[in-house]
Write a protein that binds this ligand. Structure first.
Ligand code: ZN
Length: 182
């Protein structure tokens, strides 16, 4: 059995060609990393590349994982952004109709599938019972921010780093607006 199907290899070549063909003005910011914000958001394809439309690629230290869950690897990346890159602002941003969060809620209701099990196990632990999907999305942003703040407080204290401002937010896909929830 081949590791990759020919059509998938072609898809990758097309993606690389599109990447290499982008305008020079888009390439220049990639030379120098200068993030103002560390952003944890979902991997959902509706969200912009670095999480925030209207920013250059080098402005956002972006961490993306399904459900925007603040797991240990995510927290380590955030700590790196704050300590090594002196990022003054950290944001946890969930989004409307998040498949990871709605999947976790469905799994609780007994609609679990084998394929989703591994991912949902990671999301479920951050969701208290009896939340509607809308409430859960807001809750995930708030609780992720609280977890992040607690972890960063320790790291900043031990390294003598200034504690960044921490904000919770969510994206409304109907209007493409970002709402600050905290
Ligand atoms: Zn999502």
């Amino acid at each position: 059995m081949s590791a990759t199907a020919p059509q998938d290899e072609q898809l990758w070549r097309d993606l690389v060609a599109a990447h290499d063909a982008r305008p020079a003005r888009d390439i220049e910011p990639e030379r120098h990393q200068a993030p103002h914000v560390a952003l944890l958001t979902c991997s959902d394809a509706r969200i912009a590349d670095n999480g925030l439309r209207g920013t250059a690629d080098n402005e956002v230290f972006s961490i993306r994982v399904a459900g925007a869950i603040p797991n240990d690897e995510v927290l380590a990346s955030l700590a790196f952004a704050v300590v090594a890159l002196a990022v003054p602002l950290v944001v946890v941003m969930t989004h409307q109709r998040c498949g990871a969060i709605s999947g976790a809620i469905a799994a609780r209701a007994g609609l679990r599938t084998d394929a989703a099990d591994a991912m949902l196990a990671g999301v479920e632990q951050y969701l208290p019972p009896e939340l509607s999907e809308d409430d859960a999305i807001e809750h995930m942003a708030r609780s992720g921010t609280t977890t992040m703040r607690r972890q960063l407080a320790e790291v900043c204290a031990s390294t003598g780093t200034v504690m960044p401002t921490a904000i919770a937010a969510l994206i409304d896909h109907d209007t493409d607006e970002i709402l600050t929830v905290e």
